[in-house]
Design a protein around this ligand. Structure first.
Ligand SMILES: *Cc1c(COP(=O)(O)O)cnc(C)c1O
Length: 401
């Protein structure tokens, strides 16, 4: 609160801070993990394959490869796509660091295309403008759970001979033109971090219909090593294993996979509850002058990882920091997603300039993410609504306090 208004510090609306995201674990999830612990395999056992099949079936693709986390999975996808030194990969600046760090891991160059100011997803026209003869792939992100225009990106990728990777860390359970996210791109990544739709603690997966990518992904997560005699260049005997490329140890454990398989049973329920909460926000926050609620594209059906609001500086006094801190003082755990990736010091040192993506930078100055996760009660949701109304009123420049 700016002291010029001379208003006393607001009392918190709640006893404790409402988090912005959180997992939901039940006894059956715990039992699934314990079963693994009592069994013969705690890593690379049958639970991994069961989990992979479950994810692949759910999204309607042939193959899934589980990784230690979503970032490792993206790294694997970049390897499988053949991305290497000298290549360029186009992605969005409004994403978590991993979407472009995975390009750097492979010695290639991330190229940032600006976002659309309605959806905050990368604008396919601007992606097309960034294509050069060095471009190898596109990494598209379904920001907040709303699918990117993946049909247009698919056409752009096909016309230009590019690999299309979908970072769907936010959009497990979402669909585009009635088809689940997972089968649209050449490879699609889902994350199982606790704030995502279902969790394995840490975990990620790549799904694909392409047998070659599938094969490369499996090699990559296990040191680039094969034990299949049909694939070997030589064979010294039954003990022999062969390393054919440089891979990593990115293997998920069976405890994690069992947790993930159990959580997948509840995915639709979780997504439904997220949609319900987003609907409550939409209804109850509509009509607050200067508050921009999430715009939803007709073709997409969001799985609502995040509920992002924008606060127009023309209407509210102060800055985003003031509004954000005022909401936090009421014990509402708001967040900001995301700082444009290339504004990070590491990227600035690589030579990316401020001003590169003006929409992304404008977006960043005014965005506030409200809490959203299935375990929120209706009371929690109403607390958020009440807090937003109160803070919006308090900072509204039309009101003289
Ligand atoms: C969470 C997330 C990742 C990385 O997933 P981890 O499992 O945390 O490594 C990548 N991209 C986006 C957009 C994410 O939100």
């Amino acid at each position: 609160m700016s002291d010029k208004n001379n208003v006393s510090v607001p009392q918190p609306l709640r006893e404790t801070m409402l988090q912005y995201g959180q997992q939901w674990l039940d006894e059956d999830d715990i039992a699934a993990v314990v079963r693994v612990l009592r069994g013969d395999f705690i890593t690379q056992g049958p639970a991994i394959q069961a989990f992979e099949s479950k994810v692949a079936d759910y999204v309607g693709v042939k193959y899934a490869v589980a990784f230690t986390n979503g970032t490792a999975a993206l790294h694997g996808a970049c390897f499988a796509a053949g991305i290497g030194s000298g290549d360029e990969v186009i992605t969005t600046p409004i994403t978590f660091l991993a979407s472009s760090n995975c390009v750097l891991y492979q010695g290639a160059t991330p190229v940032f295309a600006d976002i659309d100011m309605n959806t905050y997803n990368v604008d396919p026209c601007l992606v097309e403008q960034k294509i050069t003869d060095k471009t190898k792939a596109i990494i598209a992100v379904d920001f907040s759970g709303q699918p990117v225009e993946i049909d247009r990106l698919n056409m752009i990728a096909r016309d230009n001979g590019l690999v299309l990777i979908q970072d769907a860390a936010h959009s497990l359970g979402a669909s585009y033109q009635g088809v689940k996210i997972g089968s649209w791109a050449d490879m699609t990544m889902f994350s199982f971090h606790p704030v995502k739709h279902v969790t394995t603690g840490e975990g990620g997966v790549i799904v694909t219909d392409d047998e070659h990518f599938y094969h490369q992904l499996r090699l990559f997560r296990n040191h680039g090593m094969t034990k299949d005699p049909d694939e070997m260049q030589q064979n010294d005997g039954p003990w022999y294993y062969e390393m054919q490329s440089l891979g990593y140890n990115y293997r998920m454990t069976d405890m994690q996979a069992a947790l993930g398989e159990s959580q997948m049973n509840k995915l639709d329920q979780f997504v439904e509850r997220r949609r319900e909460i987003a609907g409550m926000y939409d209804r109850e926050l509509a009509g607050i002058s200067g508050l921009v609620l999430p715009y939803q594209q007709k073709d997409g059906h969001s799985s609502w990882h995040l509920y992002v609001t924008r606060w127009l500086p023309e209407v509210f006094q102060g800055t985003r920091k003031d509004w954000f801190e005022a909401l936090r003082q009421l014990n509402i755990g708001v967040h900001v997603h995301y700082i444009p990736v290339y504004l990070q010091p590491y990227y600035q040192n690589l030579g990316y300039l401020r001003g590169l993506c003006p929409n992304a930078e404008n977006y960043y100055e005014t965005a506030i993410t409200l809490p959203l996760y299935p375990k929120m009660t209706n009371k929690d949701v109403m607390d958020v609504i009440q807090a937003v109304r109160r803070i919006a009123l308090q900072f509204s420049s039309h009101i003289k306090l």
